[in-house]
Design a protein around this ligand. Structure first.
Ligand code: CO
Ligand code: ZN
Length: 332
C-alpha cells in the first residue's frame, strides 16, 4: 500500500493536466475491471460488476488532480510570475519548489519586503527556473505546475505533496483490486478538476447516473498544537463525513456507513468539516439528486506541499469501502 501511495503522489497532475496520473492509474487497474473509459473531461471511468437482483449502481469517486500554479508572465530576465490553481495559500510557498507539466523544475522566491516578517502576496513571488532571459526560459505563459516534494515514509505516518487526493486514488485502486463478488454495479471514477470546483465529477456523475454516490478524499484534523477545533485525528480510523462546507451527507448514508464499520469491527470517526467540499457534492446534486456520502482520510497540512496521513487510516478506509460495496445496500 505504501508503494502504491508513493507511486500515485509523485506524478505531476495539476487540475486540467491529469494525463500522466491517468495513465498510471489505468495501468494499475486495467486487468481488474469490466469496462474502462476516458470521457471528454478526462475522467477515468471504470466499471466492475453488474447489477444483479438486490443490487444498485454505486459511484465511487477520487480526484486525480492536485493544486498547483500557472505561469502568467515571464519577465525579461527569465523569472516566471504565476497565479494559483485551486486553494493554494501564500504562506506555504516561499522556498518551495514546483515541477511544470513539461518537466521544468523551479524554486519559488519572493521580492524584498518593506516590513520584514510580513507575508508575501502571490504578486510578490516568482518562480526561478534557472533561466536568464524570457527567450531562453523553458516556461511559457499558460504552463501549469504542481509542487515538487518527494514522498517520505515516517513509519505509520506518510507525507508528500498531493496526498489530496492521490491517497484517495490509491484507496480506490486497492478497493478495486481486492473486492470480490458484489450484487452491485460499481463505477470507480478517477475525476479531474476537483480542486477548481468539482468539474470532472459533475459530468461523470451525470453520465454514470448512480443510485448512490461516495467520494473518497482527505479531511482536516484537530490534533496538532493549537490547531483547528475539529474532532478528527490521524490514526483513529477513516472519517465518515457528516457535513462539510458544500454538502450535508445523506443521514441514511452516514448511518449505513456507521453500521457497516461497527459490524466489521473497523475504527471510524465522524467528520464535521467547516470549509471545503468533495466530489460527493457533485454526485448528490446531479440530475434529480442522489443519496451521497464520503469516506475521508484524515490528513494534516492539507494544501501545503507536505500533507500527512496515517497508513492505518488508509488501510481501514479500504476495508470499510470493500465492506460497503460488497453487500446489498439498505439505506433503511
Ligand atoms: Co484539495
Ligand atoms: Zn481533495
Amino acid at each position: 500500500m505504501k508503494e502504491l501511495i508513493k507511486k500515485m503522489v509523485e506524478v505531476v497532475g495539476p487540475s486540467g493536466f491529469e494525463g500522466a496520473i491517468r495513465d498510471v492509474i489505468r495501468t494499475e487497474i486495467a486487468s481488474h475491471v469490466d469496462d474502462i473509459q476516458v470521457d471528454a473531461m478526462g475522467n477515468l471511468v471504470a466499471r466492475k460488476g453488474q447489477k444483479s437482483p438486490g443490487g444498485i449502481r454505486i459511484m465511487l469517486a477520487a480526484h486525480m488532480d492536485e493544486i498547483g500554479v500557472l505561469a502568467t508572465h515571464v519577465e525579461e530576465n527569465g523569472f516566471v510570475r504565476f497565479t494559483t490553481v485551486g486553494g493554494v495559500r501564500p504562506h506555504t510557498l516561499l522556498g518551495g519548489r514546483v515541477i511544470f507539466v513539461n518537466g521544468t523544475r523551479g524554486v519559488i522566491g519572493g521580492e524584498r519586503l518593506e516590513s520584514p516578517g510580513s507575508l508575501h502576496s502571490f504578486e510578490q513571488m516568482f518562480i526561478d527556473v534557472g533561466a536568464t532571459s524570457r527567450e531562453t526560459c523553458p516556461v511559457k505563459v499558460g504552463d501549469f505546475a504542481g509542487f515538487d516534494r518527494p514522498f517520505a515514509d515516517y513509519g505509520d505516518r506518510l507525507t508528500s505533496k498531493a496526498m489530496d487526493d492521490r491517497v484517495g486514488v490509491a484507496v480506490l485502486v486497492e478497493v478495486l483490486r481486492t473486492m470480490e463478488s458484489s450484487p452491485n454495479e460499481v463505477y470507480f471514477v478517477f475525476s479531474t478538476q476537483e480542486e477548481v470546483g468539482l468539474r470532472g465529477a459533475t459530468t461523470a456523475a451525470y453520465a454514470v447516473d448512480p443510485d448512490l454516490g461516495i467520494s473518497v478524499d482527505v479531511t482536516g484534523t484537530g490534533d496538532t498544537p493549537k490547531g483547528s477545533r475539529m474532532e478528527v485525528s490521524l490514526g483513529k480510523g477513516p472519517a465518515i463525513k457528516v457535513r462539510d462546507g458544500g454538502m450535508i451527507s445523506d443521514p441514511r448514508v452516514v448511518q449505513w456507513m456507521v453500521r457497516s464499520a461497527e459490524a466489521s469491527g473497523l475504527p471510524y470517526q465522524l467528520e464535521v468539516l467547516e470549509g471545503g467540499t468533495t466530489d460527493a457534492r457533485a454526485m448528490q446534486l446531479t440530475r434529480a439528486g442522489v443519496p451521497a456520502g464520503c469516506v475521508s482520510i484524515p490528513c494534516r497540512y492539507i494544501h501545503s506541499p507536505s500533507e500527512m496521513v496515517d497508513i492505518h487510516d488508509v488501510q481501514n478506509a479500504v476495508k470499510l469501502l470493500v465492506a460497503l460495496i460488497s453487500q446489498p445496500v439498505s439505506l433503511g
